[in-house]
Write a protein that binds this ligand. Structure first.
Ligand SMILES: [Zn+2]
Length: 175
């Protein structure tokens, strides 16, 4: 089930930055313009980190490049804010973040979880668990992953479940 018009869970074109760059869909500052692989690589280049591929990004994460780390944390925070609004709407048990970016840069998931907790802190619950997908690898990077968000929601029951996970502690060991 994907909603009345088929785009339930498609968060890539939620506006994440009103002053952001123009998206391929014609709007400005969609999440896709912030959290996709090309967008992340471009943000790193703008700040002087010459990355041209996902492998470059993985290597930069491995050597703990501070510029790249800052970019990834900002991306994670933006993602977390968007997920916060979605979680407020759907109250999922769990949020699964997949995609290649989440695979090579788990800090995005950690930062998204942190921002999400902030967004939901007025609620009298712990909020949803945020986990990294165990199997999902999407060539569109974080974007495909966003479509896989909320697999526990009745809206998206047909999405593949993540690998068994005990929560945040398993994210690092899964790489
Ligand atoms: Zn868009």
């Amino acid at each position: 089930m994907t909603g009345a018009r088929g785009f339930a869970g498609e968060l890539g074109h939620v506006t994440a930055d009103h002053a952001g760059v123009v998206c391929r869909c014609g709007k400005r500052g969609c999440l896709e313009t912030v959290a996709s692989v090309p967008a992340i690589l471009e943000a790193c280049r703008v700040r002087g980190a010459e990355l041209v591929s996902l492998d470059d990004l993985a290597a930069a994460v491995e050597r703990e490049d501070p510029v790249v780390d800052a970019v990834l944390r900002e991306v994670g925070a933006t993602l977390g804010r968007v997920l916060g609004a979605a979680a407020m709407t759907l109250d999922p048990d769990e949020i699964v973040i997949g995609g290649e970016v989440a695979h090579v840069a788990p800090v995005i998931v950690e930062q998204a979880a942190s921002a999400l907790r902030y967004e939901l802190h007025s609620l009298p619950t712990d909020g949803p668990r945020v986990v990294r997908a165990g199997r999902l690898r999407d060539s569109d990077g974080a974007l495909g992953a966003l479509a896989a968000v909320f697999h526990q929601s009745p809206l998206l029951v047909e999405y593949p479940a993540p690998a068994p996970s005990g929560g945040r502690d398993t994210q690092r060991s899964a790489r």
